[in-house]
Ligand binder design. Structure first.
Ligand SMILES: [Zn+2]
Ligand SMILES: [Zn+2]
Length: 341
């Protein structure tokens, strides 16, 4: 047996014939298994969705209660039979509720990891390596040049800038699901005690994290008329909002953004970011390689991102690796959706 006996590649993404379901499908399907709530993986309109309780909640928050006809909650670490296969969800350490999906048929197991990271994130369960015959990975930062620094050091840069410019508002662009809340938690860990101000687009998800027991301290929604009074404060907003008219009403704003892509200076400049913070919710090169080794896999499929270097590296480790070049997954799509939010 091999991975292709369990999973096939379709224009909608990966499909499991034995269980008759798609994984993170791009368009509505009869049955979807969803790794996490980011909009490029979790879409509305499927007849049935199986995901962790938190991912189901997040989908309902983003798309409305009618995002699917039928929800099935996947308890972490427990097998569920789906058609001729068994599936089991494991933490992926990416955002709240994110999971890897293990599929087993006739004693052969495949793990579809979705998006994941290995770095510390106080807002979600840490990634759990799962021994498997075949491992399906992303490679968003799959080049040796990508080495994410310690997120705490990046938060220290933000606090240093605030100390340097105590009259200016620091406006920090971050994805509404996961990144924004992780930054809040990291700011608290760094001893920051002021209220953290948020753009309205972040309010619902941040409140949900709070209800799930993630400690974020005092979080206050920005009231438009109050913007001129928020000098010296930290305001978190969707990445697209840092260059909006909305952002210009704060006192002499310093525009910051937190993303793995902030490593690429040209990208930071293009987005009008003065203070780029390299904080990523994806594995960097070393974490990708470490993870592949820890799974003990003999086959590796690379879904999206910088597949070629990882495939080449895996070949050198005696792992049969291939790139899938699945289209439609990627961080930038988050931007588009948030712009509308
Ligand atoms: Zn994601
Ligand atoms: Zn993704």
């Amino acid at each position: 047996m091999s991975a292709k006996d369990i999973l096939t590649q379709t224009p909608l993404g990966l499909y499991c014939p034995g269980g008759d379901f798609h994984l993170d499908p791009m368009r509505p399907v009869p049955r979807a298994l969803v790794t996490h709530g980011h909009s490029d993986h979790a879409r509305s309109g499927h007849d049935a969705v199986m995901a962790t309780a938190q991912t189901l909640d997040i989908m309902a928050l983003r798309y409305g209660e009618d995002f699917t006809l039928s929800r099935q909650m996947a308890p972490l670490g427990e097998w569920t039979r789906v058609g001729d296969v068994r599936v089991r969800f494991h933490p992926a350490g990416h955002v709240l509720g994110s999971a890897q999906i293990e599929i087993e048929q006739n004693g052969f197991n495949v793990v579809v990891s979705g998006d994941y990271k290995r770095a510390l994130d106080p807002t979600c369960l840490p990634f759990e390596p799962v021994r498997c015959r075949a491992f399906i990975t992303e490679a968003t930062f799959g080049l040796p040049v990508f080495r994410h620094p310690d997120a705490a050091d990046e938060i220290a840069k933000l606090l240093a800038s605030r100390a340097l410019f105590p009259e200016r508002t620091h406006i920090l662009g971050a994805y509404a699901l996961g990144k924004a809340q992780r930054l809040m938690a990291l700011l608290r860990r760094a001893g920051y005690e002021r209220p953290i101000y948020v753009h309205g687009a972040l309010e619902k998800l941040t409140a949900y994290y709070g209800r799930q027991g993630v400690v974020l301290g005092e979080v206050v929604k920005v009231v438009a008329a109050e913007r001129p009074k928020l000098g010296g404060e930290i305001v978190i907003c969707p990445p697209s909002a840092i260059k909006d008219l909305w952002a210009r009403k704060f006192p002499d704003p310093v525009t910051a953004a937190a993303s793995g892509w902030m490593r690429v200076r040209a990208r930071a400049r293009l987005k009008g970011v003065e203070l780029p913070l390299i904080v990523s919710d994806h594995a960097d090169w070393e974490a990708l390689c470490t993870t592949v080794v820890e799974t003990g896999c003999e086959e590796l499929w690379v879904t999206h991102g910088e597949a070629d270097a990882l495939v080449h590296w895996a070949g050198g480790q005696g792992i049969a690796a291939r790139p899938l070049h699945l289209i439609g997954y990627g961080e930038d799509q988050e931007d588009e959706v948030l712009e509308a939010a």
